[in-house]
Design a protein around this ligand. Structure first.
Ligand SMILES: NC(=O)c1ccc[n+]([C@@H]2O[C@H](COP(=O)([O-])OP(=O)(O)OC[C@H]3O[C@@H](n4cnc5c(N)ncnc54)[C@H](OP(=O)(O)O)[C@@H]3O)[C@@H](O)[C@H]2O)c1
Length: 350
């Protein structure tokens, strides 16, 4: 039997990805969808401005949009949240209190000490932090979060290098797709023939979230990794796929070809390897001089693999390379579904 799930913020950029990915998921089945009061009461097809190339799934098109409240979706065991951060802060605890497993894309709870910030191929073991959360907060459900979309691919690449060689510092510059700002996002006249060298709140997230994910769960807390990060984040006129240029200082010198082999041989922790959304392989290394490119490479591994290219020596630090990951798949809905699969395995539901 499939596990009944609900999607909050189901009409947005990330919500649509949830609907498309869950339509034929082997473990999960959508039983409820929710959005803002603008949409409540309308059918999903009426309310949504569908932006994906694949057709709107028939089974969802006729569903009525509900208020995002636990009593409206009692049947759901897992709740995927694609709510704006302010609404997430108010509503997600209500669902956890009602016994639901909340898999959230929002930033609201990511850095709380008893909330796991998860990428199963990086830190699957951090899921045990939900036991601390349940004890601290007295609820039977749980909140699990996934990182911001720029931290996602970056953290997978850093994890592979850190595990093998130790990473001391990283200097990163992002070129982030428009879909990362939700819909309608940035006005066309602000971004066509242009880029915007500022994304509110983004640099602080990219400088902190990877450190939590690369940290160690010790007793009741995560000890953040000592690595230091400096980030410049930019919005560019690309539809989907975030590209990040990375320079790293390592604990030891390494030849570029050996670093490439370390990246492409990286494997997820055993608990996370054979889940339905697991990227196989987690990292794809491109050896052409001009890859990865968002248009050509963002769908690698069904949009779940991290693509790395241009691995080469760095005259300031040790190594530099380019990372690409799909922001609304690996960096949002796909990542959240992978987290829910990890939970289902951890809890013995599957
Ligand atoms: N886009 C990305 O690549 C990405 C990546 C990682 C994380 N995230 C995070 O994921 C969340 C969703 O992002 P998005 O890009 O999908 O945003 P979006 O396109 O603006 O969609 C927002 C969704 O939330 C609903 N909503 C808005 N206000 C609400 C309210 N007061 N009460 C209930 N529902 C409300 C909207 O419903 P209506 O249609 O009815 O307005 C819509 O379904 C955000 O927290 C974002 O930071 C996004």
């Amino acid at each position: 039997m499939k596990i009944p799930v609900a999607v909050l913020g189901a009409t947005g950029m990330v919500g649509q990805r949830f609907v498309a990915l869950l339509a034929d998921h082997p473990w999960f089945e959508i039983v409820a969808v929710a959005a803002s009061e603008r949409s409540v009461g309308k059918s999903y097809a009426e309310a949504v401005h569908w932006l994906l190339a694949e057709p709107l799934p028939e089974a969802i098109a006729g569903m009525r949009l509900l208020d995002p409240l636990p009593e409206k979706m009692a049947a759901a065991q897992i709740v995927f949240s694609a709510l704006p951060a302010d609404q997430a802060r108010m509503l997600e605890p209500e669902f956890a209190r009602a016994g639901k497993i909340v898999c959230s894309n929002a930033s609201a709870f990511r850095m709380e000490t008893d909330v796991p910030l998860l990428m199963p191929e990086v830190n699957a073991g951090h899921i045990a932090l939900i036991e601390v959360q349940r004890r601290n907060r007295g609820w039977e459900g749980a909140i699990l979060t996934n990182p911001n979309c720029t931290s996602s691919g970056l953290t997978v690449a850093l994890k592979a290098l850190d595990q093998a060689l130790g990473v001391r510092r990283a200097f990163v510059v992002s070129m982030q797709a428009l879909s990362g700002a939700g819909y309608p996002g940035v006005a066309s006249l602000d971004i066509l023939d242009n880029l915007i060298p500022y994304i509110p709140g983004e640099e602080a997230k990219v400088e902190s979230e990877p450190r939590k994910m690369l940290g160690r769960l010790e007793g009741d807390t995560i000890l953040s990794a000592p690595l230091r990060l400096s980030a410049h984040t930019n919005r560019v006129p690309v539809r989907e796929g975030h590209t990040v240029c990375v320079s790293v200082e390592l604990e030891q010198e390494v030849e570029a070809e050996i670093a490439s082999a370390i990246l492409e041989q990286y494997q997820a922790p055993p608990l996370a390897r054979d889940l339905p959304s697991a990227p196989q392989p987690p990292i794809i290394v491109r050896r052409e001089a001009d890859r990865p490119q968002p248009y050509l490479d963002r769908m690698s591994g069904r949009g779940m693999s991290t693509v790395v290219g241009r691995v080469r020596p760095d005259p300031l630090f040790h190594l530099k390379f380019v990372v690409l990951s799909h922001n609304t798949l690996r960096g949002a809905a796909g990542g959240s579904i992978y987290n829910a699969e990890l939970f289902a395995r951890y809890a013995g539901w599957k």
